[in-house]
Design a protein around this ligand. Structure first.
Ligand SMILES: Nc1ncnc2c1ncn2[C@@H]1O[C@H](COP(=O)(O)OP(=O)(O)OP(=O)(O)O)[C@@H](O)[C@H]1O
Length: 762
């Protein structure tokens, strides 16, 4: 009892120490708010008066003040979250990412008797704050000096003796958790022994209940993850890692890091490509929590080409169809379709005009020849319309009898131009041109491909008749599928976009203040609106991050590639989770999209999501899906084994799913995901009706990237049989849970007496 009280007293005292520091930080920030408000008012009043040098200096000040003001107004949780206590020492070697790779204590920092003094204490937070005398009160987590907070380990501690994670809300410090990096030392701080509280922040973070949105991991980034986050953004950074190794988290933190490190360079925008709208909404809170929003667009694959697609796609084709639509064979088909669509059934077969008092006609054969001629090159079809117009006029002029009437070239040219003007303003000519060479829209061409006969013509020697039938049928269905979007985007390029007038923006004197408009909440346009506007206006980005990259089809790689032709890239993925039937073809397409840019590879090896009990079960499916592939190492174990159930006689599938979901809801505090085969999505949602919003039903392909406190996987065999990549999709489904997993065998599974279906046995 007395011992516990002593611990509590030490803990309270340490919380008090951090509280004092946080108070000091807030006092300083308040001073800065006043400065920021003053500067902003001043700037707004003066408009663009001032010398360039003074302007630049003032801009920089306003920018920094604006950052702080905005952050403060957002009242971050855990504004200040870390602290490291360091031995005196050298700064070590600066790595290519600017972080110190080896920060070693000075030779005399540790005395022969194993005692040492803490020489320096640094606090780490979401933004950096300097005191009035320019000493750092808080170091931005992305600054090189903060790297030891993430990279130091008991094996390679460097100068770090104690690493502390501080939990705070608004202005109040709620708790501290320490990790000792040099447990062998007797270290003292200000003459007193260095206290150590708790047993580590990582485990505390991993055990927390999950909600419907992802949290940032800024206070517990691990060393191997930190290396990826801070990797210099040259060319392509490629990150591979199994389920739960933090690939998505790392990708998001990397976006924040890159913006911090070189905001100007990334003013061209960062695009994060995510496989599903569900994963977009799950992850979109992370960047704002890190203080970044305006320059980053997170887009689902079905939502990436809104302009070309004329909407957002959220339906999925059956695997056999998406396999064809995704393959690079479609490129040849689309090229033909983009040109062939001009030849629609209602296209006029005859052109008749009156010029120079004569009736002139071009007949079907002549028209066909002219079209063939115009389409000779590879230029986008819509951009060839002026050429088509000119060749029509040439042909008509040739028939007019006017050729050769004047030997004087000047007079001949005059005659020709008056002929052109006469004809090309005639209603019959204009009407003909519109019908014969209409401005084609991607959606119109895709609709035309729904006609099996026409598609058959365009796909000759590329798709077999069965494939043509399947694709045409799928295109006749209302709505867009996710795989249609990449086709539409390709068509957009093949057809050429008609020039659009640029939107005019209103003049605003504040615009000249670097970055201010993006950071200040006082403007009418919110950050989110600005992000959306920028995304809508932008077609290319400075950095492209692809999450779940193993799933992009060749056609999707082409679509994403067009958005980052001059970009640097971060690509994260796991081939073992690929739902694409031919990973080699997708990898070849990826390589084509990335061109010859050099790649740097990283691997993440630790599973932070699944307890060992669940990871072990999933590993059995991995062994079937990808023999020889290693599973990531799970860091924790809960002692709770997965539960196996077979469909009960009374309730049938619906009743059993419902009762097992209820059981899981009672066993965890947070979310429950019920994963079913794709074509059971709608009925599964009905089975769960009325159980509240902690539980969701999702199709196997939608589970990608998400996580739940508990999952119920319904019929492994159904999921595995759904597509050629079914085993890998099942592997994804089994690796979504942070605490509990129930596997329910349906009619197709063959459970043993313990209820374990055949696919999950040794
Ligand atoms: N360093 C960390 N500290 C705390 N939590 C972490 C850390 N790294 C990862 N996590 C947590 O582990 C879970 C898995 O992370 P994430 O979703 O990024 O993994 P992933 O590799 O993208 O997984 P998948 O391939 O299955 O989609 C998340 O809840 C994430 O917050």
């Amino acid at each position: 009892m007395a011992a516990q009280e002593a611990v509590d007293t030490v803990r309270d005292r340490e919380i008090g120490v951090e509280q004092e520091h946080l108070d000091q930080v807030y006092r300083r920030l308040e001073e800065k708010i006043h400065e920021a408000e003053f500067l902003m008012n001043d700037a707004a009043q003066k408009g663009h008066v001032g010398t360039p040098g003074a302007l630049a200096e003032r801009d920089a000040q306003v920018f920094r003040a604006g950052v702080h003001l905005n952050r403060l107004n957002n009242e971050f949780e855990d504004f200040l979250f870390g602290r490291i206590d360091l031995l005196d020492g050298k700064d070590g070697v600066k790595g290519p990412d600017g972080a110190y790779t080896s920060v070693e204590p000075a030779d005399d920092a540790i005395r022969p008797d194993g005692t040492a003094d803490i020489g320096e204490t640094l606090h780490i937070g979401r933004i950096g704050v300097l005191d009035a005398d320019y000493s750092p009160l808080v170091i931005d987590w992305r600054a090189p000096a903060a790297a030891p907070f993430y990279r130091s380990t008991p094996v390679e501690p460097g100068r770090v003796v104690r690493r502390r994670v501080i939990r705070s809300k608004g202005r109040r410090v709620l708790g501290v958790e320490d990790d000792l990096m040099r447990p062998e030392l007797r270290a003292s701080l200000g003459g007193a022994e260095l206290p150590v509280i708790g047993d580590g922040a990582l485990m505390a973070a991993l055990g927390q209940a999950r909600g419907h949105s992802m949290r940032d991991i800024v206070s517990s980034i691990q060393a191997e993850q930190d290396l990826v986050i801070r990797a210099p953004a040259a060319s392509v950074t490629y990150v591979e890692g199994g389920p739960g190794t933090g690939k998505t988290a790392v990708a998001l933190h990397r976006a924040a890091y890159l913006l911090y490190q070189d905001r100007r360079r990334y003013s061209g925008g960062i695009l994060i490509v995510s496989p599903t709208p569900l994963l977009v909404s799950y992850t979109e809170g992370v960047l704002p929590s890190l203080g970044e929003e305006g320059q980053v667009a997170i887009r689902a694959l079905g939502d990436l080409a809104e302009d070309a697609a004329g909407g957002v796609a959220d339906t999925y084709d059956e695997p056999a169809v998406s396999r064809i639509k995704g393959s690079s064979r479609m490129l040849a088909v689309l090229r033909k379709a983009a040109r062939g669509a001009l030849d629609h059934p209602d296209a006029p077969k005859l052109l008749r005009v009156v010029a120079f008092g004569r009736r002139l006609e071009l007949e079907a054969d002549e028209l066909r020849r002219i079209r063939h001629n115009v389409l000779g090159g590879t230029a986008p079809v819509n951009l060839l319309r002026p050429r088509a117009r000119r060749l029509l006029l040439d042909a008509l002029y040739a028939k007019s009898g006017a050729v050769g009437r004047h030997s004087d070239p000047e007079l001949a040219a005059e005659l020709r131009s008056s002929f052109d003007e006469d004809v090309s303003t005639e209603d019959s000519f204009l009407g003909f041109l519109d019908a014969w060479w209409p401005e084609l829209a991607p959606r119109g061409v895709l609709d035309a491909m729904g006609d099996e006969k026409r598609l058959g013509r365009w796909a000759r020697r590329v798709l077999n008749p069965g494939e043509v039938r399947r694709i045409a049928r799928s295109l006749r269905r209302p709505g867009l599928s996710v795989h249609d979007v990449a086709l539409l985007d390709e068509l957009h390029t093949l057809l050429g976009a008609p020039a659009r007038p640029k939107r005019k923006r209103e003049y605003d004197p504040l615009d000249q203040l670097t970055g201010l408009e993006e950071l200040m909440p006082v403007r009418e346009e919110t950050q989110r609106e600005r992000a959306e506007r920028l995304a809508a206006e932008r077609t290319e980005y400075a950095h492209v991050i692809v999450d779940e990259a193993q799933d992009l089809t060749p056609m999707q790689w082409r679509m994403v590639g067009r958005r980052g032709r001059h970009a640097t890239w971060t690509i994260v993925g796991d081939p073992a989770q690929s739902s694409w039937s031919d990973p080699d073809e997708a990898a070849a397409a990826r390589d084509e999209a990335l061109g010859s840019r050099p790649r740097r590879r990283f691997e993440l090896t630790v599973n932070y999501r699944n307890p060992a009990e669940i990871a072990e079960l999933a590993a059995k499916v991995l062994a079937l899906a990808m023999p020889g592939k290693e599973s990531p190492r799970a860091v924790r174990s809960t002692g709770v084994e997965p539960r196996f159930v077979a469909v009960g006689k009374d309730g049938g599938l619906a009743g059993t799913v419902r009762s097992e979901a209820e059981r899981l809801l009672a066993s965890v505090e947070g979310t429950v995901g019920v994963v079913v085969a794709m074509d059971r999505r709608a009925e599964a949602a009905r089975w769960l009706d009325g159980l509240g919003d902690r539980v969701v039903a999702l199709g196997s392909l939608e589970a990608k990237g998400l996580e739940y406190d508990a999952t119920l996987v319904v019929s492994p065999a159904e999921i595995a049989d759904e597509s050629p990549a079914g085993l890998r999709v099942l592997y994804v489904a089994l690796t979504r849970s942070t605490q509990a997993l129930t596997v329910l065998s349906g009619a197709r599974d063959l459970p043993d007496e313990a209820g374990v279906p055949d696919l999950l046995r040794d």
